[in-house]
Design a protein around this ligand. Structure first.
Ligand code: NAP
Ligand code: G3H
Length: 475
């Protein structure tokens, strides 16, 4: 793999900083490249230019914006293998999943452009309210200004694009703060946008550790909107310090799979295994606990163990199902949760085994509500099972969580599933499939500590634009 010194794009120029951050591979700690560690002064200059860029972008006809973004989709498609390879090295994502992430993003760009072209306003007639009103309101969607996009390590291309592209088609300029681990891939995506012909200053990248530049960026007067995906801890901090800026926050989750006695247990076991262990459990939407009706517990667990035994553990290049985690500290957190559960009489169905940051999948049975793993979010391949005696208990345990991202219900009775779904305090309920964000045109949202605001192509465009009403007299 080519090792590169990466730069930031500022007003159409690739710019370095005096200080840099080395990016190492989670696979073997090998050096992959470096990114600039920007100073506050450099950030000020970049954000001033982004504001000017935004004014130019506002004047570009929507049709031309659409052509440039479609061009970006084409370039990304052409570079998909090379960028997937970088993802494999930088975040240890398996070959198929890395390819999927890039190609999923190509589709996301094309669909976002279509939705952007369909953005329409409305005319409201004042005489519908007051019979003698001679006014009409022309209501249209307009840009908000400069959007700060902050993305997480687990989808450096897709979760970066799912913020940037809707923001751009809505007419905003964008400042991207990529995840430090994942920044090389995200900056390759930024290069795709630059190569698509987007004018200087419309897309700006700002790199540096979140703990050092984060607060400065989110409070910056040149930022008009913050679109953040990442941990609840950082999301809460952004909420506290950002002042009155509008926010879109997609945060952590503790999604349950609720398995009822009448479920197709083999199907449920397959979906739970994929949902819990895909990308080694490092997904906000991963199934992070199973709420299992005790009547069918042993039978379901038998099927689940058979599915988990099929998972391969190894490197992204072998396309293993379980690959090294982003850091050793992720394994340590999983071990803390495992030890706490074991000390309170959980039963491990697979042993806890790791080699540095490569961790084998773990299933914990007989988890109870006094154990931390019943409530906390690991970002690792460890799955707790709570055996419960009634659907009322399953609903209560779902809703007692501080999170409210998604839930999955497994039952053959659709009507019953609908009734249960209406009682769950989560953004999305899946019936007989695992929890997941896609398809990307669906609304994606968390409630409680899982976030605020709605993403998902059209919803993202709406979130990152505002209504403007122009009132005229008709006679
Ligand atoms: P993270 O540590 O919160 O980091 C996310 C982003 O925030 C990174 O770009 C990070 O930069 C930046 N950041 C860190 N401190 C900041 C600060 N004080 N101000 C502003 N930005 C700051 O999360 P992660 O480890 O990348 O991702 C895992 C977490 O994200 C999990 O909790 C997961 O559930 C959640 N997640 C949620 C969704 C969703 O859609 N609901 C999707 C993906 C992930 P640095 O990398 O430089 O620190
Ligand atoms: O990590 C959070 C992502 O939004 C999950 O997306 O369900 O497509 O894996 P996904």
């Amino acid at each position: 793999m080519e090792r590169k010194v990466y730069k930031n794009i500022i007003n159409g120029e690739w710019v370095s900083s005096e200080n840099t951050i080395e990016i190492l591979s989670p696979l073997d700690n090998s050096y992959l490249g470096s990114i600039p560690a920007m100073t506050k002064l450099e950030i000020d200059q970049a954000l001033d230019l982004a504001k000017i860029g935004g004014k130019k972008w506002k004047e570009v006809p929507l049709k031309e914006k659409a052509e440039m973004l479609n061009n970006a989709a084409k370039i990304l498609e052409q570079r998909s293998e090379e960028i997937a390879m970088l993802l494999m090295h930088e975040i240890a994502k398996g070959f198929n999943a890395a390819q999927d992430e890039v190609l999923r993003t190509v589709s996301l760009i094309r669909y976002t452009v279509e939705e952007g072209l369909r953005m329409q306003g409305e005319i409201i007639n004042g005489n519908a309210y007051e019979k003698n009103s001679n006014k009409i309101a022309m209501v249209q969607r307009v840009e908000i200004g400069t959007v700060l996009a902050i993305s997480p390590f687990n989808y450096p291309i897709n979760l970066t694009a799912s913020k940037i592209i809707p923001a751009l088609i809505a007419g905003n300029s964008v400042v991207l703060k990529p995840p430090t681990q994942g920044a090389l891939s995200a900056l390759e995506f930024v290069k795709v946008l630059v190569d698509s012909g987007i004018p200087a200053g419309v897309i700006t990248s700002v790199t540096g550790r979140g703990s050092e530049v984060g607060d400065y960026l989110i409070q910056h007067p040149q930022i008009d909107f913050i679109n953040f995906t990442g941990s609840t801890e950082v999301g809460e901090r952004i909420g506290n310090v950002s002042g009155v800026k509008p926010l879109l926050l997609e945060l952590g989750g503790k999604d349950p799979a609720i398995i009822l006695p009448d479920a197709d247990l083999k199907l449920a076991a397959k979906e739970v295994s994929k949902g819990a262990f895909g990308f080694s459990g490092q997904r906000c939407t991963a199934i992070k606990r199973v709420l299992l009706h005790e009547e069918i517990a042993d039978e379901f667990i038998g099927y689940l163990q058979a599915e988990v035994a099929l998972l391969t553990v190894g490197t992204p290049f072998e396309n293993a199902d379980i690959t090294p985690l982003i850091s050793v500290s992720s394994v340590e957190k999983a071990k803390r949760l495992f030890d706490d559960a074991m000390s309170k009489k959980a039963k491990a169905l697979t042993e806890f085994k790791n080699e540095d940051n490569l961790m084998w999948p773990v299933i914990l049975d007989f988890v109870t509500e006094d154990m931390d793993i019943a409530w906390e979010e690991p970002f690792a391949p460890i799955l707790p099972i709570l055996r419960l005696s009634s659907i009322e208990e399953m609903i209560r345990v779902t809703n007692d969580s501080e999170y409210g991202l998604q839930a999955a219900i497994f039952t053959k009775n659709q009507e019953h599933a609908m009734e249960i779904a209406s009682k769950l305090d989560v953004g999305t309920v899946h019936i007989n499939t695992r929890t997941q964000r896609g398809p990307d045109n669906f609304p994606f949202l968390g409630i409680k500590k899982s976030g605020t605001g709605v993403q998902g192509i059209r919803y993202s465009i709406e979130s990152m634009s505002r209504i403007q009403s122009i009132v005229i007299k008709t006679k």
